[in-house]
Write a protein that binds this ligand. Structure first.
Ligand code: SAM
Length: 221
């Protein structure tokens, strides 16, 4: 928890309930230890979608489909969502959830490793949600930026690693050091690359919101 827990509980208590189907899928995910976006992250996604009104959404990391389904209830009519998942056990579960919600015509699940799939995508996506293995974000970034048009939005989840991101690498458990280094690099690149403007937000487990500006400098010079 990177923000005060009581504050987060209070903020989440203001949230309106999602529909029954989403609530059931969230409960199933919790019961079977499937990681899904936190309530406050969902709230941010819904707000960004309301602002951006995306026509084509790409999600990297479907799990059992909770966040894709959540977004599907808030996108403009006629918009579509493509989501990528490589874990074979989760794919049929996500598909069944999309069918159960009557959203199988709105959400397309691409099965396989995003590292391979992203390279094959050509049509731009005006909203990309990155929610896969944290250590791979830095590798996915060039493809995500290639697929974003100017004005497109890239949202990345779990970027502050429960607060560990600010610790020195020696204070982080040895097994987490590679992910820690890669996430720091990801955040640095997002903040120092011409043509993208990024805010790092302590929401949920840490979220970045980046907009492709296409401009040469980000510092107004
Ligand atoms: N977005 C989901 C939600 O909120 O309902 C949660 C996604 S979960 C945090 C991350 C998912 O990304 C896992 O199901 C994992 O199998 C998948 N994943 C990790 N690395 C991947 C990769 N390289 N390609 C495709 N999927 C990947």
């Amino acid at each position: 928890m990177i923000t005060d827990e009581r504050l987060t509980v209070y903020i989440n208590s203001l949230e309106q309930e999602e529909n029954e189907c989403l609530r059931d899928i969230a409960k199933e995910a919790v019961a079977s230890f499937v990681p899904i976006i936190r309530k406050e992250t969902g709230s941010l996604l819904k707000t960004l979608i309301a602002m951006k009104q995306p026509k084509r959404i790409l999600e990297v990391g479907t799990a059992t489909g909770y966040s894709a389904l959540l977004m599907s209830y808030y996108i403009p009519k006629g918009s579509t969502i493509t989501t990528i998942e490589k874990y074979a056990k989760r794919i049929p579960v996500a598909k069944e959830h999309f069918r159960r919600a009557g959203k199988e015509h709105v959400i397309t699940l691409l099965e396989g490793d995003a590292e391979d799939i992203l390279k094959t995508l050509e049509t731009p996506y005006d909203f990309i949600f990155m929610d896969a293995a944290k250590g791979q974000y830095i590798r996915f970034l060039p493809e995500a930026l290639r697929l974003l048009p100017v004005g497109g939005v890239l949202v990345s989840d779990n970027v502050l690693q429960g607060g560990d991101i600010l610790e020195s690498r020696f204070a982080v458990a040895r097994r987490n050091r590679t992910i820690h280094a890669r996430m720091r690099e990801y955040l640095y690149v997002l903040k120092h690359t011409d043509g993208i403007q990024t805010a790092v937000l302590p929401v949920g487990d840490g979220v970045t919101v980046s907009v492709k500006t296409g401009e040469k400098g980000n510092n107004g010079i």
